[in-house]
Design a protein around this ligand. Structure first.
Ligand code: ADP
Length: 390
């Protein structure tokens, strides 16, 4: 705002002096009008006070009525109003904080609830400061309605709580079910072994027993995987420290997979290079290799090829399992290591599995300080690389 020639005050009692005062007054009124309009159109209520909250605000903008349902006049004339409208759960702490700022000076940033005239609750953010000018202390600040944000946050908190509860329920459920299945399965397999030793069994009976045992083994694997995932999620994956000859582990995994490769006329080849022994848990690394090799065979149609190679890299060793199978589309690659994830082709083709193998493999390899990389093309095969510190 520019005031007219303030430095040159006209001589007393002149007309010019009267005009000068009128112009200054008009300019001040215009400025006040402008700032009032600005303050009253802000999406928040502003207030000023004399620094003592028990006297209430000396001025508050009209938006306070939209926010709290009480008019500026009510706020300015009733110093008790704040105490009356504060939500009972917030009252004590808010008044204490206001008292603290009032006595010690400085600023405050509070969020609290007020109960409106109709009983509805409004969450406000109240930001105020005590300013000292000479002997005088003023308070000024603003109040903004944050109910929508608060409700969204509370809703999110409620949902997170629910998810946490569900998650722990699921963990308990998985652990319970797995334990309950494990014992009867061990017993079933024990008795199957005893019956199989009976030399009087017919060929058909032996075939039935073999099928029962294969399915019991499959169930045992699923139960083992579920328990393993529950352990990993509880942060309880423990490795048995030792040294591992990776080429031997690869040969064993390939040997175990030969019958299923042969059943699908899949050419299973191995190309190993000389490797140093690596530190690690032999049984766990064997589990990883078994999973990659059995997946490669499972997801490769009849007549395809699966190759397992080992390589030595600077400070690392690499195990590569490639196949000429169904492949994985690019959009599914980032989801591959999530527990229970199965690609669309696996489910639509009814290829059996639980979607736990890769999640387990990743947990084991990561615990060894290694990593897994995948390259794949939809319909054109996949390559999984396990890289371990060597
Ligand atoms: P499962 O084999 O029990 O389904 P995994 O966790 O081992 O579970 O694998 C998750 C999914 O990743 C599989 O269901 C499949 O969709 C995809 N996948 C894994 N390995 C291959 C592979 N060699 N070729 C094609 N898809 C694969």
């Amino acid at each position: 705002m520019t005031l007219p020639e303030l430095r040159r005050v006209p001589a007393p009692d002149s007309d010019e002096r009267a005009n000068w005062f009128a112009t200054v007054e008009n300019k001040l009124l215009e400025a006040e009008e402008r700032y009032r309009a600005l303050v009253e159109t802000l999406p928040l209520a502003t207030y000023t006070g004399d620094g003592a909250h028990d006297t209430g605000p000396s001025w508050v903008s009209p938006q306070i009525e939209t926010i709290t349902s009480y008019s500026p006049t009510e706020w300015m004339s009733n110093p008790e109003l704040l105490g009356q409208v504060l939500h009972p759960d917030d009252k004590e702490s808010v008044l204490a904080e206001m008292q603290r700022v009032q006595e010690g000076g400085g600023s405050r940033d509070l969020e609290y609830r007020m109960v409106r005239r109709d009983g509805s609750i409004v969450w406000v953010h109240d930001s105020g400061v005590i300013v000292t000018e000479g002997e005088r202390r003023h308070s000024r600040g603003f109040i903004i309605d944050v109910t929508a944000r608060r409700e969204a946050e509370l809703e999110l908190e409620r949902q997170n709580d629910q998810l946490r509860q569900l998650d722990s329920l699921k963990d308990e459920f998985v652990a319970l079910v797995s334990h309950e299945l494990r014992t009867p399965l061990t017993s079933i397999r024990g008795y199957l072994e005893l019956i199989s030793e009976d030399t009087n069994l017919t060929v058909e009976q032996t075939r039935f027993l073999t099928t029962i045992d294969r399915n019991a083994q499959r169930l045992q694997r699923v139960v083992g995987d579920l328990l393993f995932v529950a352990q990993v999620e509880a942060g309880k994956l423990s490795l048995e420290a030792g040294t591992v000859d990776i080429n031997t582990v690869v040969n064993e995994a390939v040997h175990a997979a030969e019958p299923s490769a042969a059943a699908k006329s899949i050419e299973l080849t191995v190309d190993l290079c000389e490797l140093p022994e690596v530190p690690g848990d032999r049984a766990r690394l064997a589990q990883v290799l078994d999973n990659f090799v059995s997946n490669a065979i499972k997801f490769t149609p009849t007549g395809g090829c699966v190759t397992v190679t080992t390589r030595i890299l600077p400070g690392e060793i690499e195990i590569v399992v490639s196949d000429t199978g169904i492949g994985i589309p690019a959009h599914e690659l980032p989801l591959l290591f999530q527990r229970f994830f199965r690609a669309e082709r696996a489910t639509s083709g009814a290829i059996p599995g639980t979607g736990l193998g890769l999640a387990i493999a990743k947990a084991i390899v990561t615990a060894h300080g290694g990593r897994i990389c995948v390259e794949s093309e939809d319909g054109a095969g996949s390559t999984f690389r396990v890289i371990l510190p060597g």
